[in-house]
Write a protein that binds this ligand. Sequence first.
Ligand code: HSE
Length: 419
Amino acid sequence: MKSKSGKRIGIFGFGCVGQGLHDVLQDNPHLEVARICVRDREKLRTLPSHSFTYNPQELLQDESIDLFAELISDPKEALQIVRQALEAGKTIISANKKMISENLTELVALQQEFGGTLLYEAAVCGSIPILRTLEAYYGNEPLQEVSGILNGSSNYILTKLDAEGLSYNEALAQAQALGFAEADPTLDVGGYDALHKISLIAAHAFGAVIKPEQVLRAGIQHIASRDVTLAQALGARIRLVASARLNKSNKLQLQVLPTLVFPSSELYYVEAEFNGVQLQARYAGDQFLKGRGAGSHPTGSAVWADVSAALAGYKYNYPKFKYNDEEQLKPVVLEEDDELKIYLRTTMPELLPELPWLELTSFGVDARAGQLVGTIRRKDLLLHLPALKQTIAFIAQLPVHVTAEQVINASGLVLEEAA
Ligand code: HSE
């Protein structure tokens, strides 16, 4: 049956976000949920069984449905659904950042060819309206930087380690129980989820379609309480920060790295599952957006906002994309030669590879552990990061003003060797 306005939505997925969307739609009498497509017939659900279908085609081929929301976790299935909807010129809202970021060029081309619409605000920073802000407000104005805390689960874990002294596993279990984490939480704690989100931000903010391997990425899996207390002793907090920043020569720096943030940064005050995004625009100056980055209702709210916008005819314009004469997207030049100062702690110091450090101070080295503060070029760190990760290392970026001596003092250890 049609609702008063005649609009019907078909939903794929009834997990944390699908249920969140269903809840918030209860406040919208103008939109009727046609049916919800799920995979598992046996799972106990909060709605009667006639609300569900198990066959995606029953939704995709139902001409009485005006638009779809794709909210499943499997990126391959999500891509098939979104592709089929767009090839039919339909409107679909998705929250699957992995699927969208890895297939963005194709998904944009499908919209151009068949006239359909794909919106995905809920894929980036949960409830924060970052993509539409980039599109609608900064479509023309050049941006210097968009960076921040883009993953609620890892921020929840880092907050719990810092403020409550919880163990990593306890904090991760809480983030999963609260519905913040991905079905595979490695995506969260390994920095992949933040990478997918910063890739989407880079497309809307800088017109850059990037490959995951171009982004310097490290996660928080190997953080230990001694890293947290070291940061505290320095007056800082550890946050997983993703950034896309244009340097003075207009090259884009991209990274997802645990980072020491100080009280002078807005990111210091972003706690639990909240996300925070800082924008630096040429004329508007600095802005900061903060809000819930994960969770059923906040993410459902972002999907609802996209549903309403799509019904009003809204589409992304990708205003920063630049095309060559063959109508191919021009690649954006990435920075490789800038220098990063990093803190590293490993439990396997004997496996640490020889790296072309520009400066290096190591400390606390014995058979079971080793710590270092070093400065290295981005391209060298990018090249050697897989080998460093094999040493079960926790890696964090330090602001340039933090000296090796300050880090050693904060660690309570004595200097063993300096270069
Ligand atoms: N797992 C994601 C997070 C959900 O923790 O941020 C929201 O994208």
